[in-house]
Design a binder for this molecule. Structure first.
Ligand code: ADQ
Length: 489
């Protein structure tokens, strides 16, 4: 499908996300080196860039105060079609405070955390103000770069006010908003002090996208319960206009993983890993170290498995790659020491001088190594307590064409719905169930592994990130904003 606009040019698309998809490093006075960091969003836009003249708007990942330095970075980023939003002065309260300290746990059904009673400079209210200010800073940068006819696609819970601010600025702008996390049941969402304002702000968009039907359904019933508005099969009718609500399950770029697994340097890494773990089955976990990923629960289940299955004790290892994130949020620091405590206990109980049951790494690994370890694993353990989708499960499947290992997957990850036939679906809170699933996965006959892998692989290849991006844009592009409808009447 082609989207040429009236001038015969590709329409412009501004993709707005908290973080630009680049990492910026200072290389000297007023000079920067920039590297594109591929992720779900970058892959999702691969298909769109041929149809839309796409630019990114987001925080560049560094604080820059000096105006000359800011200009130098802005110029370098422009070559990568990136436009920076400098969040000086608000970043901590906006990002660590409101986004990660309040919205993230609420959206993942973890409830509202206790407000810090001792720090009057960091209250829910000050964090909420910083959140609104940050959303306005995004708006200002968009206004500086906006050209008539531009479409704006906002991403995630960091930018819930942006649809409203954009429409207040110019209600002809076509605005989409996509939520990468779950949307919780209204009973959980209702505890948020600013619940109505935030809902109204996102309802200003033309199209709202969610990963699964459950999240979209939760959103619609939350709008009904809190705002008293009507949800239809098309979306939400609010203040006389319809906000379209639809489901767009994200995927990965499967070819990138399949190709990488065939590179000589990657097959070499696979051989080395296989040699290292010779005679043992490898269970793998790859997660950001986040409460939602259920790493402590995974360790408790593995401990139970080792307790109840002495036969397997020296024949299996769990390799957990757990990249630390959000170190500035106290809960994340606590989680890290809790996880380290569990690793110590389990390795102490079941390890020997020559072998340890858990290999826990607090780090990120490079892409080639990630593919190599996905490819050699016998079992992948994804035990998220809640997860919007979980791309790790798809990445594992894409790398398993040779081995056809088993995916044990949480029913509370969005991916649990898409890979429900091929994976062993578990309740991650139930350590007995996860422990049994580990045993079942390790003992699964080759024929069943092959059938399950086929089903997973077919899904991952047909529901790519590219399809996700194109589907969202095709839906958004087909919507005629209310203001234009009125002009046509
Ligand atoms: P995340 O919570 O970050 O994303 P996920 O979808 O699994 O979760 O994506 C993580 C990405 O980081 C994967 O591409 C993975 O390869 C990479 N990664 C994780 N740990 C790594 C490590 N140690 N080393 C190297 N790479 C690592 C959010 C939502 C998800 C949703 C996505 C996309 O929380 O639910 O699927 O956005 O919408």
């Amino acid at each position: 499908m082609d989207y040429d606009d009236a001038r015969g040019e590709r329409p412009r698309l501004l993709v707005v996300a908290n973080r630009l998809p680049v990492s910026a490093k200072r290389t000297g006075e007023n000079s920067w080196s920039l590297e594109m960091s591929p992720g779900g969003l970058v892959s999702g836009l691969l298909g769109i860039t041929s149809q839309f003249d796409t630019k990114w708007v987001g925080w560049p990942g560094v604080d820059v105060h000096d105006e000359i330095e800011k200009n130098a970075l802005t110029e370098s980023l422009a070559e990568m079609k990136c436009i920076p939003v400098f969040l000086n002065g608000v970043f901590d309260q906006y990002y660590n405070g409101y986004c990660n300290g309040i919205l993230w746990p609420i959206l993942h059904h973890m409830g509202l955390p206790q407000e810090d009673q001792h720090d009057t400079n960091q209250t829910f209210e000050t964090q909420y103000d910083a959140y609104k200010k940050a959303n306005r800073m995004f708006l200002d940068v968009i206004i500086d770069n906006y050209e008539e006819g531009d479409i704006v696609w906002c991403h995630d819970y960091h930018l819930m006010f942006l649809p409203q601010y954009l429409k207040e600025y110019n209600n002809k702008i076509k605005v989409g908003w996509f939520l990468h996390s779950p949307f919780p049941s209204s009973e959980v969402y209702k505890t948020l002090p600013s619940r109505s304002e935030l809902l109204r702000a996102i309802l200003a968009a033309d199209l709202l996208g969610f990963h699964t039907y459950d999240f979209a359904r939760h959103f619609l019933s939350t709008c009904t319960r809190i705002l008293g508005v009507e949800g239809t099969h098309e979306g939400v009718v609010y203040q006389g206009r319809v906000t379209r609500v639809a489901v767009f399950p994200i995927g990965i770029d499967p070819d990138r993983f399949i190709r990488t697994c065939k590179l000589p340097e990657v097959t070499q890494q696979m051989n080395e890993l296989q040699e290292k773990f010779a005679g043992k089955k490898v269970i793998l976990g790859v997660d950001r170290l986040d409460m939602i990923k259920g790493i402590p629960q995974k360790y408790l289940a593995f401990e139970k498995f080792l307790e109840e299955n002495p036969y397997w004790r020296d024949k299996v290892v769990l390799v957990q790659i757990a990249v630390p994130t959000r170190n500035d949020v106290p809960e994340y620091r606590k989680l890290k020491s809790q996880v380290h405590g569990l690793v110590g206990r389990i390795n102490g109980r079941f390890g020997s001088v020559s072998s340890l049951p858990i290999h826990h790494l607090d780090c990120s690994v490079d892409f080639n190594y990630l593919c190599a370890i996905y490819a050699i694993a016998d079992v992948m353990l994804v035990t998220s307590l809640r997860d919007g989708m979980n791309l790790v499960s798809y990445e594992f499947v894409a790398c398993q064409e040779a081995k056809k290992g088993v995916l044990v997957l949480s029913e509370f990850a969005g991916a649990g719905q898409s890979l429900g036939v091929g994976a062993l679906i578990v309740n991650p809170w139930d350590v007995t169930e996860v422990s049994s699933a580990i045993k079942e996965a390790l003992n699964m006959p080759a024929e069943e592994r092959e059938t399950r892998h086929r089903s997973n692989f077919q899904y991952v290849c047909t529901h790519s990130a590219e399809k996700w991006g194109l589907d969202f844009m095709s839906e958004l592009n087909g919507i005629i904003p209310e203001s234009e409808m009125q002009m046509r009447k």
